[in-house]
Design a protein around this ligand. Structure first.
Ligand code: PMP
Length: 324
């Protein structure tokens, strides 16, 4: 083991972990990138670091400046870690339908958190648009704009994609993951397909999102929801996602995700969040479509600790006709 120099060097280079039960069941290697091992606890640390670095490189962000973002959670947590390490202030806009735990975490990390009414993206008062407008009123400030700032995707072209390629010795048959901003799927796809056009890319989607239809029919039309998953699904094709060469899509019902997350806990010992449950269900479906003997990679986006009041709350599940 070598030494890492500070927080930035501790982001990325996550292990690729074989999920034993699912691999044995499918006859494929189901491999997950352990993104919960990043300092901020999720895949979004990578995007946060790249967005801040690119803003520094362009000169938009100078020492002592402020990073403003609209985020429901992990991107904010990642940004706070990176901003604290590099001496920037952070202002986070959040919709008011998010758990209090997330607001508390961001405030503890030092963010100024502004909780605003939940309205659709098309509304001018949407939290992302408010973040953009507020950043424009400050000197030496940037709006991270994770959905349409392609520095997010670049993080995965530069880091996640090459890591997966090296860790599988170039023997990866398929990659699947869910999409929030699309940075992960779009970036990993670009890198893997630059190495081998044979790698199959499959978008995993929860219900209540338009991306399954976008991939399978070409039209980004919403499917019926809602879903209890957090951080994934989207009603639109972001700049990060646009132009990505995706081969197929899998839609995962919430009950399958819940069953998967609890199975991981009880059988394999892993404590994962909801998007990881969707990803693992999709990986199993891809394994079924490809047949035994293939290597399928997905993302273990974060752990379950932020979801205590929802996914890991039996009452919450029961009210939604879900069961562990
Ligand atoms: N899982 C979790 C837990 C997330 O917070 C996010 C980001 N919103 C994603 C998955 C999706 O990642 P991306 O934004 O790169 O599509």
């Amino acid at each position: 083991m070598h030494t890492l120099n500070g927080l930035e060097e501790a982001i990325g280079n996550t292990p690729l972990i074989r999920i034993k039960s699912l691999s044995e069941e499918t006859g494929c290697d189901i491999l997950g990138k352990a993104e919960f091992m990043n300092p901020g606890g999720s895949v979004k640390d990578r995007a946060a670091l790249w967005m801040v670095r690119e803003a520094e490189k362009s000169g938009a962000l100078q020492p002592g400046g402020t990073v403003v973002e609209g985020t429901a959670g992990n991107t904010g947590i990642g940004l706070l870690h990176v901003c604290n390490a590099r001496g920037y202030k952070s202002v986070i806009y959040m919709p008011d339908n998010q758990s209090q735990e997330k607001v508390d975490i961001l405030r503890t990390l030092g963010a100024e958190v502004r909780v605003v009414p939940t309205v659709p993206y098309r509304d001018d008062m949407n939290y992302q648009k408010q973040a953009g407008r507020f950043a424009a009123t400050l000197d030496n400030a940037v709006w991270a704009n994770q959905f349409d700032n392609t520095a997010n995707r670049l993080a995965h072209i530069d880091s996640t994609g090459p890591e997966i390629w090296t860790q599988t010795d170039g023997q990866v048959d398929a990659f699947t993951c869910a999409v929030g901003t699309g940075g992960t799927l779009a970036g990993v796809t670009r890198y893997l397909k630059s190495q081998s056009s044979d790698v199959k890319i499959v978008l995993a989607d929860p219900h209540g999102s338009a991306l399954y239809n976008w991939v399978t029919t070409g039209t980004a039309e919403m499917t019926p929801g809602p879903s209890i998953t957090e951080g994934i699904g989207n009603s639109r094709v972001t700049d990060n996602l646009a132009g990505t060469d995706i081969d197929d899509a899998v839609q995962v019902p919430d009950q399958d995700m819940v069953t998967m997350v609890y199975r991981m806990l009880r059988e394999d010992g892993w404590f994962f969040g909801s998007s990881t449950g969707i990803n693992l269900c999709a990986a199993v479906e891809v394994a079924k479509r490809l047949g035994p003997g293939h290597k399928i990679v997905t993302m273990l986006c974060d752990d379950g600790s932020k979801y205590m009041s929802r996914l890991f709350n039996p009452e919450f599940l029961k009210e939604r006709d879900l069961h562990a």
